[in-house]
Design a protein around this ligand. Structure first.
Ligand code: AMP
Length: 213
């Protein structure tokens, strides 16, 4: 794939983590519209692939089953995408927070990305009521033409994948007080308020506040 990024200080990163339908994308998009926050959603990167390419085919194969695309290709694709954004001055690592949604999604991805991202906070959008999440996914399937959200057994597999692979990385990040648990069943504006409250406890936030750009 693309050449690695040259040596760089680790990106100051905020992770949005939660089960499918918990609102990661909604929150990521809003945050990404605020200056000094750059949003990258791994699922969007996959969906932008040409499905005639080998990688595009792989995405269709795994996502249509509700499973994760293999870690090596996923992290390589993420890497290539971040590099493009840095090269195009869309993401400016010296002054922007990187808001990641949907990656890392398991322990191996977290390990592969460790040298590139400094995870300052993890916002865990929590919604134990899976029927509410499934309702949101079915609504999204119709609105956004998301084939992986249209089928009941794929929805259930997406939840199972989240429980088995993604949820355990919360424990990994709990050390150092990095996880903020947020009730994802609240109205989106309140979820955003809680996320911003967490951001504003960070030393990196106070440093950025002083920046004149
Ligand atoms: P999302 O839009 O985040 O729900 O992702 C949709 C689908 O893309 C997932 O079900 C996976 O098949 C694939 N995908 C997105 N992000 C990742 C990731 N970090 N690792 C592996 N597969 C991913």
């Amino acid at each position: 794939m693309s050449a690695p990024l040259p040596a760089h200080p680790r990106f100051r990163t905020l992770l949005i983590l939660g089960a499918p339908g918990s609102g990661k994308g909604t929150q990521g998009k809003v945050l990404g519209s605020i200056p000094r926050f750059h949003h990258l959603a791994c699922g969007d990167v996959f969906r932008s692939l040409d499905t005639r390419t080998p990688l595009g085919q792989k995405f269709v194969e795994y996502s249509s089953r509700g499973e994760l695309v293999p870690d090596d290709v996923t992290v390589a694709l993420w890497w290539a995408n971040v590099k493009n954004r840095v090269d195009a001055y869309q993401f400016k690592p010296e002054i922007d927070f990187l808001v990641l949604d949907g990656i890392p999604r398991n322990a191996e991805q977290a390990r592969l990305m460790e040298n590139d991202i400094e995870v300052l906070k993890v916002f865990h959008l929590s919604c134990p009521d899976r029927s509410e999440l499934a309702r949101r996914l079915r609504k999204r399937a119709l609105k956004d033409n998301r084939f992986d959200d249209a089928n009941e057994s794929v929805i259930q597999q997406r939840f199972a994948t989240y429980e088995a692979e993604t949820k355990p990385i919360l424990d990994y990040y709990r050390e150092g007080n990095r996880v903020v648990d947020i009730d994802a069943s609240q109205p989106p504006a309140k979820v955003l308020y809680d996320i911003l409250g967490g951001v504003m406890t960070l030393d990196a936030w106070h440093d950025m506040e002083k920046l004149k750009v």
